[in-house]
Design a binder for this molecule. Structure first.
Ligand SMILES: [Fe+2]
Length: 161
């Protein structure tokens, strides 16, 4: 049977690709929210911990920014469009925006929660991804979990008295 010119046949059924792409879109939205929160806090942090936090937040948002591209391009590889506007991303995100300018340690608390939320969203996709033998997505999710869980630990450690 002739294949449609634009059809995709990578060995994953279309409905599975669609569900994985939906999940990755939610991960992209949480990753973007976390990225923006971290960059915002890099700009606006104040207090005696300024230098440490300003630099730590920069390392974190730089890594996160690169990851956004990997997640979006995995969605494209599965045959779907990646959400790329604030409107779409804010509808898909599970992370609430922080209003105003929190104190430095409250920024850290917000970031721990957002890192954990992003990890939960990534972890929630595994059953679907494993069922479809979608190893590239599984690998990407594993890498993101490593980073979010490690970063959450580092941030949490700052809160220890
Ligand atoms: Fe900067």
């Amino acid at each position: 049977m002739a294949k449609k010119k634009d059809s995709i046949d990578i060995g994953i059924a279309e409905d599975q690709r669609a569900r994985i792409a939906d999940g990755l879109s939610r991960l992209l939205a949480d990753s973007y929210s976390l990225y923006l929160m971290t960059h915002n806090f890099h700009w606006n942090v104040t207090g005696p911990m300024f230098n440490t936090l300003h630099l730590m937040f920069m390392q974190q948002y730089t890594e996160q920014w690169a990851a956004l591209d990997l997640i979006a391009e995995r969605i494209r590889s599965l045959g779907f469009h990646a959400p790329g506007t604030y409107k779409e991303l804010s509808k898909l995100a599970s992370i609430q925006e922080v209003e105003g300018t929190p104190k430095a340690m409250d920024m850290v608390r917000h970031l721990v929660s957002a890192q954990e939320a992003t990890a939960r969203t990534a972890r929630g996709l595994f059953p679907l991804v494993e069922e479809a033998s979608d190893e590239p997505t599984s690998d990407l999710l594993t890498q993101r979990l490593m980073v979010h869980e490690k970063t959450a630990w580092m941030l949490r450690s700052l809160l220890d008295e």
